[in-house]
Write a protein that binds this ligand. Structure first.
Ligand code: F6R
Length: 241
């Protein structure tokens, strides 16, 4: 694992945006894996600004998001499809039909199989952006998820439901399940960049980097990936040995 530590979250977001822009320019038909949550919002703003100011071209880019809540249609304001359209896709010249977010309604089992098939048909993911949960989850692969998992329906743990609750008006509205790329799906991507900032992520970052590789800490599997770079601020990196 390569570890980059930044003094400010601003510098961190700029570095990740630069990395993505460079990939898009080097390979205009890149397949990007994307994440949601609060971590990448500023990065996406920078990508939108760069597209507007410098014309970086996304018309051949294909994207696959990590996850989507079960029960929310793409038109729901808290769905990850909606989030991606607002924060990124609508800011770029990427045709929406080239953007993929798992579908959390309908026949979920067949949606999961179809998602894996679409990733394969696109030639696999070149560059995957990840965040990390405070319990070490990646995507919505909670502690205990099999390292052999492909895209699947995952129950969310109490701490994740509580953490996500900040985006919903009442606790009852917070989805308790998600469709997520599996650990195996994530490990098959060619290159991974993971961003984490803030002291609340420090223990998860330490366990991911310095702890044993164990299904109890899903992100620890990244120690076995050949091409991972962590983008951390000093607070998230504070417990690293
Ligand atoms: C979101 C995702 C999650 C988040 C993680 C961190 O698509 O896959 O694993 O990356 O929960 O969320 P934030 O960035 O909100 O702290």
């Amino acid at each position: 694992m390569q570890i980059n530590i930044f003094q400010s979250s601003k510098a961190l977001h700029q570095a990740i945006a630069n990395k993505i822009i460079q990939s898009v320019k080097t390979k205009p038909g890149s397949v990007l894996g994307l994440s949601t949550g609060s971590s990448p919002v500023e990065t996406y703003t920078l990508l939108g600004r760069d597209h507007k100011e410098n014309g970086t071209d996304y018309h051949r880019i294909v994207t696959f998001n990590l996850d989507e809540y079960v029960g929310l249609k793409g038109s729901h304001q808290q769905s990850y499809r909606y989030f991606m359209n607002i924060h990124l896709f609508n800011q770029l010249n990427i045709p929406l039909e080239q953007t993929h977010v798992p579908i959390g309604v309908g026949d979920l089992e067949s949606n999961c199989e179809e998602y894996e098939r679409q990733i394969q048909a696109a030639g696999g993911i070149d560059l995957q952006l990840l965040g990390i949960g405070i319990n070490g989850h990646i995507g919505f692969n909670e502690p205990g998820t099999s390292f052999e998992s492909s895209t699947h329906v995952a129950p969310l743990l109490k701490e994740t439901i509580e953490a996500n609750g900040r985006f919903f008006e009442t606790t009852e509205e917070v989805p308790t399940k998600a469709v997520t790329m599996g650990i195996k799906t994530i490990m098959e991507t060619r290159e991974i960049i993971l961003l984490a900032y803030g002291s609340h992520k420090a223990a998860a970052v330490r366990d991911m980097v310095n702890g044993p590789v164990t299904e109890a800490v899903p992100a620890s599997i990244l120690q076995k990936h050949a091409h991972v770079t962590l983008y951390l601020d000093e607070e998230a990196a504070a417990l690293l040995q």
